[in-house]
Design a protein around this ligand. Structure first.
Ligand code: NAP
Length: 323
């Protein structure tokens, strides 16, 4: 079967399409034929080595498909079940993969493979960010960076449905309408303007209850500036570079802020947490609280281009790879 492998860290050119032997599932494992694969910014961190992998490695943390074979002790799944995952082993960019059964969830009727493959990782992330890292509530002023992106489109629609006042930033004017369509009440172009000034014009100085910052190095200082006294800074990604250090006196103590740097792994530690979160995501999609528009589809042979588009900020929302 065909799969993408990396033998060294680097640019998109290190993503190589290979023919490999898949093998048989172990006792508690499931062999899944992937019908659609999710493209996520974390795949870029794995490819570049920002999040180090043991090499050679597969790549990709999200896919959906059909169970083809089960190990002798598998109890939750049978051949033919439609399943999806958003976790290691890092091998999602492949026609087939072997997954531990504890990492898979059943995809409900009414959700296509393509949608399933782009809502589990981004959706669970949105679920835990909005409900558990910080419990966003009606009336909260929420600032989200890269609001027209994959996580951005899902989280901003969900925050809007919760009754929050949602302010989104985007990197170019062509993303403004997309962010508005996906739940933002106000959209700021943070390439052309100073977003701190713009946010202040919209909601006032030191008025934001929570910032969800997946952009990182470029936005960190400004995000802190926008927060209210005792506000919550949720740093959850590094599209523009990693925030390695924080100055407690300057960044936290000055306004008595709360700070967290969470990852999806911290919020799907147990099978129960994974199932509960996935259920909320699927329900949000099935009830139309979250509408998903796939912005682009790539073939497995086109993943280098997919990464180029993702890193060059060309993609406008969730994208998938069809093996
Ligand atoms: N901690 C977690 O559990 C978790 C889980 C999932 C995702 N994440 C993080 O969430 C963020 C969004 O993930 P995603 O997969 O949905 O990606 P995405 O938002 O679709 O793509 C990243 C976006 O970041 C913005 N950006 C700003 N500066 C950038 C730069 N220098 N280079 C590239 N992009 C830049 C771009 O939007 P503009 O052009 O509008 O600026 C770009 O479209 C990423 O940081 C990801 O790592 C974290």
């Amino acid at each position: 079967m065909k799969a993408i492998k990396i033998e060294k860290f680097g640019g998109p050119e290190v993503l190589e399409l290979k023919d490999i032997e898949i093998g048989k599932p172990g006792p508690k494992e499931v062999l899944v034929k992937n019908n659609s694969i999710g493209l996520n910014y974390i795949d870029v961190y794995h490819r570049t080595g920002l999040y180090p992998l043991e090499l050679p490695s597969g790549i990709g943390l999200e896919a959906s498909g059909v169970v083809e074979e089960i190990g002798a002790e598998v109890s939750h799944f049978k051949v033919g079940d439609r399943v999806s995952h958003a976790s290691a082993p890092i091998s999602g960019y492949s026609e087939k993969q072997i997954m531990p059964e504890e990492k898979l969830v059943i995809v409900p009727e009414g959700i296509s493979d393509e949608v399933a493959s782009c809502i589990l990782l981004k959706g669970i992330t949105s679920e835990y960010l909005l409900h558990r890292s910080y419990a966003a509530k009606k009336g909260d002023k929420v600032l989200f960076h890269a609001a027209a992106g994959g996580v951005g489109q899902i989280l901003c629609q969900w925050a809007n449905a919760l009754g929050c006042e949602v302010i989104g930033t985007v990197g170019s004017n062509d993303k403004i309408e997309i962010a508005k369509k996906n739940g933002c009440h106000h959209v700021v172009n943070y390439t052309d303007t100073n977003f701190v000034d713009e946010v202040e014009k919209i909601v006032g100085k030191n008025a934001i209850d929570v910032v969800y910052d997946g952009v990182g190095a470029k936005t960190f200082e400004g995000s802190i500036e926008c927060l209210k006294i005792r506000g919550m800074m949720v740093a959850f990604g590094n599209a523009s570079g990693y925030v390695h250090t924080i100055d407690v006196k300057k960044h936290i103590n000055a306004k008595g802020l709360f700070f967290t740097r969470p990852s999806i792994m911290h919020y799907t530690v147990t099978r129960e947490e994974l199932e509960e979160s996935a259920k909320k995501v699927f329900e949000a999609v099935l009830s139309n609280k979250i509408k998903i528009e796939i912005s682009k589809k790539y073939k497995l042979s086109e993943v280098q281009q997919a990464h180029i588009d993702l890193e060059n900020r060309i993609l406008k929302g969730p994208a998938v790879i069809i093996p």
